[in-house]
Design a protein around this ligand. Structure first.
Ligand code: PLP
Length: 398
């Protein structure tokens, strides 16, 4: 079904990319085939040589279920085109290979796999990479002047929920002819639209909010068709397309994305406010709280503050890592798992999971304390989640 950019996100999430089939199915069915038949050589050449749109071979992404998903993914970020991937890392790897050849600057904290790819693996291919802390932004101009062609950032970041100014950094990159790609996984398109703010490309771990149920692994990249085409060439030969079954499951999930995320936003803010007044919590990081350093910028560039929050447990005389681990281990409603964005609330302690690979000194340099616990707020009753946190903070007998 055709949708327009004037329609609200909720309408686009339901209708974009959907085409009724010959049987009247209201949603694109699962074409779980690897290849597609043609009536003639002329007809196959029309598709192979790009004169006609059509299904051809699933690994190329030329499969109706995958293409329907991509139309929906493009619509929800207000993009001209989108590509679906087998994972968020597959999307990032193809993005970096297609657009990062002149050098990549990553700003602030990013997902551990992203940092590993940038710091350890891409340099093996001769690709220059630099990782800047948020406090080192003054170095960006020099790197851009030196020809670095791609700037990459997450905002809000993991786990400190630092917020970066997408419009300002996009303008700075563009002044040097570079591109800005934003990982919009934490915010989701419901709360932040990076392309409208000036970013060139948006990437997602669709495993998180877009999938929303912790039951699929996928990735997405959105942007102008001209920027997406070179990435599609890498995806084709890296073979990192999602299976049609996963594509259909993700399209199913996207239909409820705004409903889920808005409810999760409201719960997270209520929980953050409750935790902010609890003396057993030293600090609460959530962009919706005025006390959070990124609050004013988030209020300008985001339409909702998201459902991620990080608590720093007041450890008292106990070792910070042990004090935080004890709280995590006492939680009953929150599931201890290293992911986010699902309907179930999840908890992780960054120093034992997402940032375990960093040295204690590097964690300290990045402002990631051992007493931090990161919460991904799901769709349970927020009062019951607060009660669970209170009993866990209270200790075994509390
Ligand atoms: N980007 C962010 C912000 C993430 O949190 C993750 C995974 O946790 C990724 C990218 C990588 O996504 P995936 O696990 O789907 O490959």
């Amino acid at each position: 079904m055709s949708t327009t950019s004037e329609q609200t996100l909720a309408t686009r999430c339901v209708h974009a990319g959907e085409a009724a089939d010959a049987h009247g199915s209201p949603h694109t069915p699962i074409y779980s085939t690897s290849t597609f038949a043609f009536a003639s050589t002329a007809a196959i050449l029309d598709v192979v040589e790009g004169r006609a749109a059509g299904s051809l071979y699933t690994r190329y992404g030329l499969n109706p279920t995958i293409q329907a998903l991509e139309a929906k993914l493009a619509a929800i970020e207000g993009a001209e085109a989108a590509l679906a991937f087998a994972s968020g890392m597959a999307a990032e790897a193809a993005l970096f290979l297609a657009h990062g050849r002149d050098g990549i600057v990553c700003i602030g904290d990013a997902y551990g796999g992203t940092l590993e790819l940038l710091a350890d693996q891409l340099p093996l291919l001769g690709i220059r990479t630099r990782l800047l802390l948020g406090s080192e932004l003054e170095r960006l101009d020099g790197l851009l002047a030196d020809g670095f062609g791609l700037v990459f950032l997450e905002t809000p970041t993991n786990p400190a929920l630092e917020v970066f100014d997408i419009a300002a950094i996009a303008a700075q990159a563009h002044a040097h002819g570079a591109l800005l790609a934003v990982d919009n996984t934490f915010a989701s398109p419901v709360n932040q639209q990076p392309l409208a703010l000036g970013a060139d490309l948006v990437v997602h771990s669709a495993t998180k909010y877009l999938g929303g149920h912790s039951d699929l692994t996928a990735g997405a990249l959105m942007g102008p068709a001209q920027r997406i085409a070179p990435v599609a060439a890498w995806r084709k030969n890296l073979g990192s397309v999602p299976a049609p079954e996963t594509a259909a499951l993700l399209a199913r999930s996207l239909r409820t994305l705004p409903v889920r995320v808005r409810a999760q936003n409201a719960s997270a803010l209520a929980i953050a406010e409750a935790m902010a007044t609890d003396p057993r919590v030293a600090r609460v990081l959530h962009p919706g709280l005025p006390s959070c350093p990124g609050h004013a910028l988030a209020a300008r560039q985001m339409t909702g503050s998201g459902a991620m929050l990080t608590l720093e447990v007041a450890a008292g005389k106990a070792a910070p890592a042990a004090a935080a681990a004890a709280v995590v281990d006492r939680l009953r409603l929150f599931t201890l798992a290293p992911s986010l964005g699902g309907v179930e609330s999840l908890v992780t302690q960054p120093c034992t999971t997402t940032h375990h690979g960093l040295t204690p000194e590097e964690r300290q340099r990045r402002g990631i304390s051992d007493a931090m616990i990161r919460l991904s707020i799901g769709l349970e009753d927020p009062a019951e989640l607060v009660a669970d946190l209170e009993q866990a903070l209270g200790g075994a007998g509390g």
